[in-house]
Design a protein around this ligand. Structure first.
Ligand code: AMP
Length: 472
């Protein structure tokens, strides 16, 4: 059974006549967090209106569709998932009509006890429409006997374990919530008098909203016509901000917990150069993810940074390869080597991570084929040995090359002359962990260390009995 894989972005705005248009723009800026489907739900004060579709934000939301999303309040969602869980029925925001009215919810993250809760809810007669963990939250809220919506949300989230950055919308109210560990980002801003929320600050830049602060881990913010109110209903726990957001996932122009992602990535590259320098003529990045680290690496060693690999930005997820005879372009569809840059050179090639090892292997071959005399691979993160269960799409542990092979075996597999990974200490230096710990900030690095800050309730059960509840 493949594991449930999700990466997502959320957005919300309250009290603005352009709510649907601004949400469209916000989602556009968050497109890197999910390219499979997108959705917007608006409220006109009485009803919710929604449009969700598979595809990219700019393809889905035409002027006509946006004009059919009236109201001054809106939430939105972009979603990326793979294999069986990528279906129409799993698109978000989820919208329900239950006896208390309409409710929409958009979720970034993964619950680690969704399967357990779902079994319990189904045992009580609940009928699920999707295979997402988000629907579990909806059922818990609908079932709650608490009097107010905020109490029902608090009661439900108290039962949920794992990672969630959430936006809720009812006809009258918008609510933002972040799990007590703060795994996934969620920031708050202001556009005129309108409160806005987004997974990343880059969404605020596009709509010219002012960044105010992070939604704090464990915080629930309720927005009504009377203003905003903050609740901290959960006990304090050590924060566990995802370090992979800094390494790969977030956009370099975003700020996470007050630090610019590009600058952290550059610092990762500098640290990598200190730990694993290379005798080489040029530094080349794997675009786009390796670019900032390659800049830091080249600056640290005083080696020239060259554009040795070019990326096509037009390879969509639905690209159909033509007939068999010209199939298997593999990585060449996305990347091409520039021979004039690489020929006769000793090359250091920088990427942010190795997952299965297939990309690196193809890139090394491509660079050699372009005439490089030596290829030295440098990775601006530690070996990815463990799966993420908190909302980053990683394959099962068994498929991670670093889970079964030692570094020199990986080097042989990818056929490079040398291979160096940044240490976990090096990563923590680059994110300024020591200084941040003094401010109560700490990180989740489970994909590298195997130390999972929140219990993997469902995973334990899978070991005992193989359930196929989540399909895919
Ligand atoms: P692989 O070929 O499986 O080793 O994939 C490595 C490449 O995937 C690297 O270039 C990374 O930038 C990229 N990558 C790492 N993590 C992810 C992720 N969660 N989703 C998509 N791409 C990723």
């Amino acid at each position: 059974m493949a594991k449930l894989k999700e990466e997502c972005g959320v957005f919300g705005i309250f009290g603005n006549a352009e709510a649907s248009n601004l949400t469209y723009l916000g989602l556009h800026a968050l497109q890197h967090r999910g390219q499979e489907s997108a959705g917007i739900v608006t409220s006109d004060g009485v009803n919710l209106h929604n449009h969700r579709q598979m595809g990219l934000v700019s393809d889905i939301f035409t002027e006509d569709i946006l004009s059919r999303l009236p109201g001054t309040n809106a939430i939105g969602h972009v979603r990326y998932s793979t294999t069986g869980s990528s279906q129409d029925k799993n698109m978000q925001p989820i919208v329900i009509n239950y006896f208390r009215g309409a409710l929409a919810i958009a979720h970034n993250g993964n619950l680690t006890n969704a399967r357990t809760l779902r079994e319990e809810l189904e045992g009580d007669g609940a009928i699920f429409q999707s295979t997402t963990d988000t629907e579990v939250i909806v059922h818990l809220i609908a079932k709650s006997k608490e009097e107010t919506l905020i109490q029902r949300i608090i009661e439900s989230l108290t039962r949920c374990k794992g990672a969630y950055s959430l936006m809720f919308l009812t006809p009258e109210v918008m609510i933002a919530a972040r799990d007590p560990y703060g795994f996934r980002p969620l920031v708050m801003g202001k556009l005129g008098d309108s409160p806005v929320f987004a997974s990343e600050t880059c969404a605020f830049d596009l709509i010219e909203a002012e960044y105010i602060r992070e939604v704090e881990p464990g915080e629930i913010i309720v927005v009504t016509q009377n203003g905003t109110e903050s609740f901290k209903p959960f006990g304090e726990v050590p924060h566990a901000h995802c370090v992979f957001e800094y390494i790969y996932f977030a956009r370099p122009d975003s700020f996470l917990t007050g630090r610019n992602v590009y600058q952290v990535r550059k610092a990762l590259g500098k640290q990598l150069a200190i730990e694993h320098p290379a005798e080489a003529d040029i530094v080349v990045a794997v675009p786009d993810s390796g670019v900032p680290a390659a800049m830091g690496f080249s600056e640290q060693l005083g080696l020239p940074l060259e554009l040795g690999l070019l990326r096509s930005h037009y390879v969509g997820r639905t690209f159909i390869e033509p007939q068999q005879s010209i199939r298997n372009f593999g990585v060449r569809l996305k990347l091409n080597a520039i021979r004039e840059v690489l020929n006769g050179k000793r090359v250091v090639i920088i990427d942010d991570s190795i997952v299965r090892g297939t990309t690196s292997r193809k890139i090394v071959k491509m660079i050699r084929a372009a005439g490089a005399t030596e290829v030295h691979m440098r990775i601006s993160s530690p070996p990815t040995k463990f799966s993420c269960y908190y909302g980053i799409d990683t394959p099962l542990k068994e498929e991670l090359i670093a889970n079964s092979l030692e570094i020199d075996e990986i080097r042989k597999y990818i056929t490079s002359d040398s291979l160096g990974y940044l240490s976990l200490d090096g990563v923590m230096k680059a994110v300024d962990e020591t200084k941040r710990r003094e401010n109560g900030e700490s990180f989740c690095s489970a994909c590298f260390s195997g130390r999972y800050p929140v219990e993997l309730t469902d995973q334990k059960k899978v070991k005992h009995k193989q359930l196929g509840l989540f399909g895919g």
